[in-house]
Design a protein around this ligand. Structure first.
Ligand code: MG
Ligand code: ZN
Length: 216
């Protein structure tokens, strides 16, 4: 847990925001578009990154990724096997990435080589909301397999993100989930102003719409 006491939490968040701003400026200085993905374990963040990166590379964009996890290199390996340049970023104990960890990863990369960077956060729908990393877009990914109550249970992450994606739309019926319930909750939470994107990283339906939303 990152919260020790109220005063300390404030300092930690303020320091994080400062570094996030400098990450943002660093990325802008290199002309890089940065997209952060947040979501539960198993929601399909890594698959979504791999599939979007493939499409972007086909358009001639130079793409890379930071794979954030508590331990292990599984996601980084999957990314690399797909042909995506990726660096690994382990938090050790923390259940979220913070701006300083991302800064260290960025410092280890040759940023002149890329147009787009994906940052995959640790699988978690709670504290990543509090820790911006300096990305242009914060994308939250949920999947039909998580049930129809994710928006009702996790207001903060949806309110702190720019784009919401509902993955595994192809198996909604099989897992007994009505996507309209989730989409309706999201519309209500965002005052009817924002639509949730639906997709399947397996069938690849809905992928083009998300990439268009990102302006890429
Ligand atoms: Mg992953
Ligand atoms: Zn955390």
């Amino acid at each position: 847990m990152h919260i020790v006491q109220v005063g300390m939490e404030y300092d930690v968040l303020r320091e994080n925001n400062k570094i996030a701003n400098s990450n943002y400026r660093l990325l802008k200085g290199h002309g890089i578009r940065a997209i952060e993905l947040m979501g539960s374990i198993g929601s399909g963040k890594t698959s979504l990154i791999i599939k979007m990166a493939e499409r972007m590379r086909n358009k001639g964009l130079r793409v890379c990724a930071i794979a954030g996890d508590v331990t292990g290199e599984d996601d980084q390996k999957r990314m690399k096997e797909s042909g995506l340049d990726a660096v690994n970023c382990n938090t050790g104990h923390e259940c979220h990435l913070d701006a300083n960890l991302v800064k260290k990863s960025l410092d280890s990369m040759d940023l002149d080589k890329y147009d787009v960077i994906f940052i995959e956060n640790v699988g978690n729908l709670v504290c990543p909301a509090d820790f911006p990393l300096g990305a242009d877009y914060r994308v939250v990914v949920i999947s039909t397999t998580e049930g129809d109550d994710m928006v009702r249970k996790h207001h903060d992450i949806f309110l702190h993100s720019d784009i919401a994606v509902l993955n595994k739309i192809d198996i909604a019926d099989a897992v007994g989930v009505d996507p309209e319930v989730i989409i309706g909750d999201y519309r209500k939470l965002t005052g009817g102003l924002k639509n949730m994107y639906t997709c399947s990283t397996r069938t690849e339906e809905g992928m083009d719409e998300i990439i268009a939303m990102l302006g890429l």
